[in-house]
Design a binder for this molecule. Structure first.
Ligand SMILES: Cc1cc2nc3c(=O)[nH]c(=O)nc-3n(C[C@H](O)[C@H](O)[C@H](O)COP(=O)(O)O)c2cc1C
Length: 370
């Protein structure tokens, strides 16, 4: 009997953490959070994370406050600062087509790749917050048009990074014999994307290296993974999958559950409802109604990417088993948020990652024996 499932990878699951480069932490709650959005806190966090076994850090892009998040550092500049403060971590810079065009993004990221031996990647996000676009005078496109633009953005980025005399004729972007010098270098920046709708999945199956999705159960994630991988195969493309989760790891399950309850009890109802209103519009705006937040409850929305749904809440053993269950349905990376980032990332590195690695090794041994 072989233990590895058809969709799971023999490679160890990767870990990424959300960079708290916006104020207020990763939950819309007035609960005490020993997390700061400032650069000193974040440099130290990045160092703790890479020493703890994290491969990636993901920054966020916001131009205005939405659900709290009153202050927001810009993602590309911040990513460079974190890469400069570390030696192994790859930092993923969030980029929003509209405010950015591919020419500027390709140039900025190529320069950072040159400065950091390629420890930079991008997360192309398509936007959810029409109020933000209005505030900065950017046209707000329909849901699927946003993805059509993002796909051209990704094709342009990759073309600029890999080809001389790049020529492209899109509806949103055009290039004629454009040669970027210097290009990023030997290690091409990986292209992640965020979104769950039909349009998001179809784009991933055509052009993205990685598909990031909101928190979900293993069954919910599996449906997306199977869908994306089948479509990618038809396109002769391959795409890896990362899933979001909010981790509450404590020595006992009771302690972990109590922390979750405290976060929810202290949720800021006005901010959660305002956020819910915006994202439900964004999610439901996709024609099939399967966008990221189409089915999120009030409690789900307290973690703004549905991170409680993944249920990495409990003891290190429980969490490690649930991470391996995600791997079994085809997940390649766990994207993690925490309440008190520095201390929780350290605890996760000490207590959860070694258990995940032990479970993975045991599975590999059983697979080989079979
Ligand atoms: C992991 C992840 C990270 C994201 N980061 C950002 C971000 O930094 N800024 C932003 O405006 N939107 C961000 N988004 C939201 C996406 O832009 C997109 O609006 C959302 O996923 C809804 O897409 P959908 O309707 O296709 O499901 C992120 C989404 C995911 C899943």
């Amino acid at each position: 009997m072989t233990v590895r499932t058809v969709s799971s990878s023999p490679d160890p699951i990767r870990f990424a953490y959300w960079v708290p480069n916006v104020s207020g932490g990763l939950v819309i709650s007035k609960v005490e959070q020993r997390t700061s959005w400032d650069i000193d806190y974040n440099r130290k966090l990045a160092q703790i994370a890479e020493a703890s076994g994290f491969d990636y850090a993901l920054t966020q892009i916001r131009f205005t406050a939405g659900y709290g998040a009153e202050y927001q550092h810009e993602s590309v500049a911040f990513s460079h600062a974190l890469a400069a403060a570390t030696t192994k971590l790859t930092v993923i810079a969030a980029i929003l087509p509209g405010p950015w065009n591919p020419t500027l993004a390709a140039k900025q990221i190529a320069t950072i790749a040159q400065l950091t031996e390629g420890r930079i990647a991008v997360n192309i996000v398509s936007g959810w917050f029409s109020g933000e676009f209005r505030a900065i005078g950017e046209p707000w496109l329909d849901h699927d048009e946003r993805y059509r633009r993002s796909e051209e953005f990704i094709r342009s980025l990759r073309g600029i990074w890999t080809q001389d005399n790049f020529t492209f004729r899109g509806d949103f972007y055009r290039y004629s014999d454009y040669t970027l010098k210097p290009k990023p270098g030997a290690r091409l920046p990986e292209i992640f994307q965020g979104g769950s709708s039909r349009a998001a999945r179809d784009m991933a199956a055509r052009v993205s290296d990685w598909y990031f999705t909101n928190g979900n159960t293993p069954e919910g994630v599996k449906a997306q993974v199977d869908d994306i991988r089948a479509k990618a195969r038809e396109n002769g493309h391959s795409v890896k999958v990362g899933v979001n989760a909010f981790v509450i790891a404590r020595d006992t399950e009771e302690e972990a559950r109590a922390v979750l309850q405290e976060i929810i009890d202290n949720a800021d109802p006005e901010a959660v409802k305002a956020f819910g209103h915006e994202v439900k519009n964004a999610g439901k705006a996709s024609p099939e109604g399967e966008g990221n937040w189409a089915k999120s409850s009030f409690e789900d929305l307290v973690q703004y990417n549905d991170g409680f749904k993944t249920n990495l809440i409990g003891t290190p053993d429980q969490i490690a088993e649930r991470i391996v269950a995600l791997k079994d349905v085809g997940v390649d990376l766990a994207l993690l948020a925490f309440l008190h980032f520095q201390e929780d990332v350290q605890y996760f590195g000490e207590h959860v990652i070694p258990r995940v690695r032990a479970l993975e090794a045991a599975r590999e041994r059983r697979a080989e024996a079979a």
